[in-house]
Design a protein around this ligand. Sequence first.
Ligand code: PRP
Length: 201
Amino acid sequence: MTTPHASPARGEIVRLDGERIRVIHDERTIAERVLELARAVAASEPVNLLVVPVLKGSFIFAADLLRAFYRVGLLTEVDFMILASYGAGTTSSGTVNVLRDIETDVAGRDVLLVEDILETGRTLAAARDLLRERGARRVMTAVLLDKQVERAADVAADFAGFTCPDVFVVGYGMDKAHAYRELPFIGEVLPNDDDSGRTES
Ligand code: PRP
């Protein structure tokens, strides 16, 4: 038997699998911000835009952003790249591997890289540099979360949803050892000894 979950509000603590996750951005807030980002991207007047979600973490953000593009009148093409810089742990290994490349020729095109989170910047910088080398006319970057940590690579988000403190976040595509990607909100995984905040039963 599964138990249905409510859509928790910002600040609530959700208990899942013995883990406590505090909601940082709830569903409605994310949806509103994604629509604003779509408007901002459209206002940049992209030409022949190819959207490239960098998987896996970006898959929900990208799906919502793409549908928001349609709503604001921006038509695009989409191709996918799978990059990995982390294993199943929580710290960066410092290297970026292309596990799956796009099939589309980007020469002369505007490209929008879509990422769930910008941390050291290694992943986004690697993708950007690859597409620039292939002759993309303009490589833009959209990230849902811009984490406030020191960058290891010289890269910034052209479009950012929210700034994010240096905490471990999950949900809305982001995982902890492959779990929690399906959460419709963005939450902070709380350390086990932290008992502050409200509780959802
Ligand atoms: C995460 C996230 C970004 C990257 C950000 O991916 O999705 O791609 O890390 O970190 P950086 O700015 O330090 O490079 P991860 O490698 O965990 O893989 P996943 O997207 O498949 O979960």
